[in-house]
Write a protein that binds this ligand. Structure first.
Ligand code: GDP
Length: 330
């Protein structure tokens, strides 16, 4: 196999290898998608387009929660449960902070010890470069590649910080918010608007002494959800308790995801959500590409800087500045 750093990529053979389940081919394909090189990006577009007929069949689940809530433990336990039930599970992450910190805090294979070594599991850390929009775009394409490679459940993880949650919600069918039994935590979630995004709430660590507190927290969430407008008129987000450590409640959690899927499918919202996502993805890619063009050429960059300075100094209006920059894109 040729390395993705070679300028010519044999798309046909890469697609074939990926489809027949070669993990190295999948890893190479995702590297191609993540590359910033123009020729790699062109090859990646061709590859994803070629594989498109083999995508879209997986169950796409978004998972969010604050650090320490138990995301890695949950994904490991949940992933292994799914594998035992005949599924193939890919884990992706959206963590734009990894671009700044130089390392991904999500998707690290050592955090999911069993899943990392399972032949039916695949873990890919968050792309570590670019803006949230860029990271999300690459994760979406990685998701399509995983689907083409035969993974039928895709778990997309993110940490509980505003915009990245919306990005993950936008690329998945069911969005799961993990919470702790602790007091106060529940209200935080509601304040951030997270509860309004979530298709279900799962309270982890419902084991040992925590069971009572977890049940109490669940009751509080349920009553809080009553006063919020649900995302769908056909689906009221359920609140479940479980333990990633003991596995108690994991099967019920999966059942809720399946229930959500069948309810959404029956009401037509499943297909509608996927269609809207496709169109939003296109606009988001266009936005990325426009910005990339403005940054790619040194003379354009210089002109943009000059316009920026003119706007900052109040010599030209922001509207005129934007107009002049738009002219350069023609
Ligand atoms: P993350 O930061 O959200 O990925 O959280 P981790 O999965 O790393 O878990 C944080 C801590 O919570 C670790 O010490 C885990 O062992 C612990 N933990 C995770 N799930 C459970 C659970 O179901 N019950 C209990 N008691 N502890 C848990």
């Amino acid at each position: 196999m040729t390395s993705p750093t070679n300028s010519r990529v044999d798309i046909k053979s890469l697609a074939g290898d990926l489809r027949s389940g070669h993990r190295a081919a999948l890893a190479r394909a995702i590297t191609l998608v993540e590359s910033r090189r123009g020729d790699h990006q062109a090859a990646a577009r061709e590859l994803v387009q070629a594989l498109l007929p083999h995508t879209g069949k997986a169950i796409r689940v978004g998972i969010t929660g604050s650090p320490g809530v138990g995301k890695s433990t949950t994904i490991d336990a949940f992933g292994m449960f799914l594998i035992e039930h005949g599924h193939k599970v890919a884990v992706l992450a959206v963590d734009p902070s990894s671009a700044r910190s130089g390392g991904s805090i999500l998707g690290d294979k050592t955090r999911m010890a069993r899943l990392a070594v399972s032949e039916h599991g695949y873990i890919r850390p968050s792309p570590s470069s670019g803006t949230l929009g860029g990271v999300a775009a690459k994760t979406r394409e990685a998701m399509l590649l995983c689907e083409a490679a035969g993974f039928d459940v895709i778990l997309v993880e993110t940490v509980g910080i505003g915009q990245s949650e919306t990005a993950v919600c936008d690329m998945t069918d069911s969005f799961l918010a993990l919470m702790l039994p602790g007091a106060g935590d529940e209200l935080q979630g509601i304040k951030k608007g997270l509860v309004e995004l979530a298709d279900m709430i799962a309270i982890n660590k419902a084991d040992g002494d925590n069971v009572k507190r977890a049940n109490r927290a669940a009751a509080e969430y349920r009553s809080a959800l009553h006063i919020l407008q649900p995302r769908s008129e056909h689906w009221r987000p359920p609140v479940v308790t479980y333990s990633a450590l003991t596995g108690a409640g994991i099967a019920e959690l999966w059942q809720k995801i399946l229930d959500h899927r069948s309810t959404m499918t029956a009401s037509g919202e499943f297909a509608a959500r996927r269609r809207e996502q496709q169109v939003r993805w296109m606009w988001s890619i266009l936005e990325q590409r426009t910005m990339a063009r403005l940054r790619s050429d040194a003379s354009v960059r210089a002109k943009v800087k000059k316009i920026e300075a003119e706007v900052a100094a109040g010599r030209i209006t922001p509207a005129l500045g934007a107009e002049e920059i738009t002219e350069m894109l023609k």
